[in-house]
Design a protein around this ligand. Sequence first.
Ligand code: FDA
Length: 318
Amino acid sequence: MIGGVVERVMRAVLLGLSHRRFIGRFAKWMPLSRPIVARFVAGETLESALPALERLRAAGFRTTLDILGESVSSEAAARAAANGYVSAITALEAHRLDVNVSIKLSQMGLGVSPALVRENVARILTAASAAAGFVRIDMENHTTTDATLAVWRELRPLMAGSGDVGVVLQAALRRTPADVEELIAAGGRVRLCKGAYREPASVAFPGKADVDEAYSTIMKRLLDAGTYPALATHDDRIVDEAIAYAREHGIGPDRFEFQMLFGVRRDLQERLLRDGWTVRIYVPMGSQWYPYFMRRLAERPANVVFLATSVLRERRSG
Ligand code: FDA
């Protein structure tokens, strides 16, 4: 009971700290070279992230590349982020890696102007389509859901001839069952996750048990009727439930995939691969890793203990 309250408070504090205004102070104190950060982020540059992508491919995993960055406030930063993705798509193709990228609309200029975000996303989709690749539009907090789905709907025709673009839905949001039906009717590819953002109770379930239950229900609906859904979770219970459901209904590994984050539950990632399931690893890279890293700490406050002990150990030996 007390443990649960402490964990909830820590989670709220860490998500509060994930905002960009804390970035400068923290990044100086916590460089990417620290093992706890390197566990979750593959490298600061594409070049330094390539070995991780190659290792995963050699082991039999699929990958999706995320160039970290969010909530940009200038046109120049948004255009630079889109350029980074276009170059990355070329590099992934040249290295015969999965041409599969995950993008965030707040990084593409969603907060700057509707025209800018569309122009930037269109460039990425056109480049990915030329390589028969796949683009996933990540979902950010609930204030962006409508705009994200609108961009997906409008620009999806750009990939009609080759490749595809999909979206992410969050089980935590009360609106998601309705969105899932719309996506199923449109044949859209959905990644289902629990939801990583702190949301008000008016739009999201505040309790974890309700989120987990919503996840299971929506997951089964997607397995039955979705177009190659991606089940993004590290939750053993849900993963086992998905496998049991798939076996019971004759749904094979070619009909859906599991997705997990780089560095999280590597044991589970490997077990699923060994058992013949399709597993895609979400590989983040780039210098703007701070908000992403804080959300990973918030998901498992025990990570903070690892972080604190590693810092103390370095201080003592330094
Ligand atoms: P849960 O949080 O219940 O964790 C289950 C178990 O997994 C824990 O008990 C622990 O063992 C392990 N675990 C989970 N997180 C861990 C961590 N950080 N470190 C160590 N162990 C951990 N969210 C979003 O809002 N928009 C998005 O677009 C995406 N995209 C996305 C892509 C992919 C591929 C994944 C896997 C996840 C996302 N998410 C996301 C994040 C998602 O919403 C959610 O916050 C995390 O996946 C954690 O939830 P779980 O489903 O893993 O369950």
